[in-house]
Design a binder for this molecule. Structure first.
Ligand code: NAD
Length: 369
């Protein structure tokens, strides 16, 4: 009897529903080949959840996620829900909350160059050829989850008067949070080229000094065979564009990881190509690295490949279907090698590239499986 995997689909906002539909097509094509069944249940998150249920992560969504084997998410957010009023719900709160509720403390983002697209990078192709980085970002600690508040006093007003507002965000890390993310990075390095770069700001921040101590202790006690390099975050930002091939696994805290992974994404030439996995000790969540692209939503032109690659990561990391994941990467490589492109990855210097929309790109991947 074939195995059934329960997948919670959270299309979200903007281009989310358009690209999730393409990932579903690909999964349905693969199911019979590997004698599995995928049982999809759709639920609300982000702006659409605020509209229908008044909150960005309704309990009903969390219940579906918890009862699933994995979560496949599109993207959330858009100008409709943008507000500076901190008392109003925001779509991104749904994302932060689901990561926290599912205990997803690791975000894994592969940054790889498909050779057909090496021209798409804004960097010279001799710098980006062969880049293969795994960014391991801590996801549930740090500044994004610390205590925050605003208050008013004379010092806040300064010489210019005004209301005298002050705003405080707290950056806090607990030792166990650093230990477990360090282990994820060293484990990833074992299956790759055996090198971990740990990124911090230890010349300024106490959290970074603790980060460095703990990463080194885990390294010395459990992974002495892995090469460990410390790098300050500002230097890392420069090195990523100067010599990205030096990196194998890059591990860092939440906010530094957020920023550096978007920078690394740019090396590949398109956000529309980058998948990600958020992993904890239970149900994992898979989503593209890009946002909801409201500027192109509803036009059928979004690139579905990051979403399809995220489904591939789901097959690999959540269901152990490594070969099926490799099928997806191979099919995408072939489609790109044949010159098929969505608008975001079109090279203006290569007129023979063939532009297709979201659904046609999904169909091409399916045809190559
Ligand atoms: P974005 O990633 O949505 O878009 C940045 C640019 O890249 C846009 O020009 C967009 O058209 C393009 N782009 C992104 N994905 C694409 C794709 N698959 N195909 C083709 N082009 C693509 O980032 P943004 O504009 O800063 O944010 C838009 C909204 O998304 C905001 O509300 C933001 O809060 C939200 N957001 C959500 C997530 C998430 O859900 N994980 C992540 C980042 C931003």
């Amino acid at each position: 009897m074939s195995k059934t995997y329960k997948i919670c689909l959270l299309p979200g906002d903007g281009i989310g529903p358009e690209i999730v539909a393409e990932a579903v097509k690909v999964l349905e094509k693969l199911a019979p080949k590997y004698d599995v069944e995928f049982d999809f249940t759709e639920a609300l998150i982000g702006g659409c959840a605020i509209d229908e249920a008044g909150e960005p992560l309704p309990q009903a969504t969390l219940d579906v996620a918890n009862a699933s084997d994995a979560v496949l998410l599109g993207a959330v957010g858009g100008p409709k829900w943008d507000t500076t009023d901190s008392t109003k719900p925001r779509p991104e709160q749904g994302l932060l909350a689901i990561r926290k509720e599912l205990g997803l403390y690791t975000n894994l983002r592969p940054v790889q160059i498909f050779s057909a697209l090496s021209q798409a990078s804004t960097l010279k192709s001799e710098i980006v050829e062969g880049v293969d980085i795994a960014i391991v970002r801590e996801l549930t600690g740090g500044l994004y989850f610390g205590e925050r508040h605003r208050y008013y006093d004379e010092e806040g007003a300064g010489a210019n008067g005004g209301k005298g507002q002050r705003a405080v965000d707290t950056l806090e890390y607990r030792e166990y949070e650093v230990e477990r993310i360090a282990r994820q990075a060293f484990e990833a390095a074992k299956t790759r080229r055996g090198r971990v770069t740990s990124v911090d700001k230890a010349n300024v921040l106490d959290t970074s000094r603790m980060w460095r101590e703990v990463v080194h202790r885990v390294h010395d006690e459990e992974y002495p065979e892995i090469e460990l390099i410390d790098m300050l975050v500002d230097n890392t930002a420069m090195q990523l564009v100067n010599n990205p091939r030096q990196f194998d696994v890059l591990v860092t805290e939440n906010m530094f990881g957020d920023i550096l992974s978007d920078e690394a994404a740019q090396i590949t030439g398109s956000l529309g190509m980058l998948a990600s996995a958020s992993i904890g000790d239970g149900v994992s969540l898979f989503e593209p690295s890009h946002g909801s692209a409201p500027d192109i939503a509803g036009r059928g032109i979004a690139n579905p490949l990051a979403q399809i690659l995220s489904a591939g990561m789901m097959l690999q990391y959540a269901f152990g279907m490594t070969e099926a994941a490799a099928d997806i990467t191979r099919a995408i490589t072939e489609v790109l090698d044949e010159g098929w492109r969505t608008g975001d990855i079109k090279d203006p210097e290569t007129p023979e590239d063939k532009i297709v929309g979201t659904a046609a790109m999904g169909d091409l991947v399916v045809a190559h499986l």
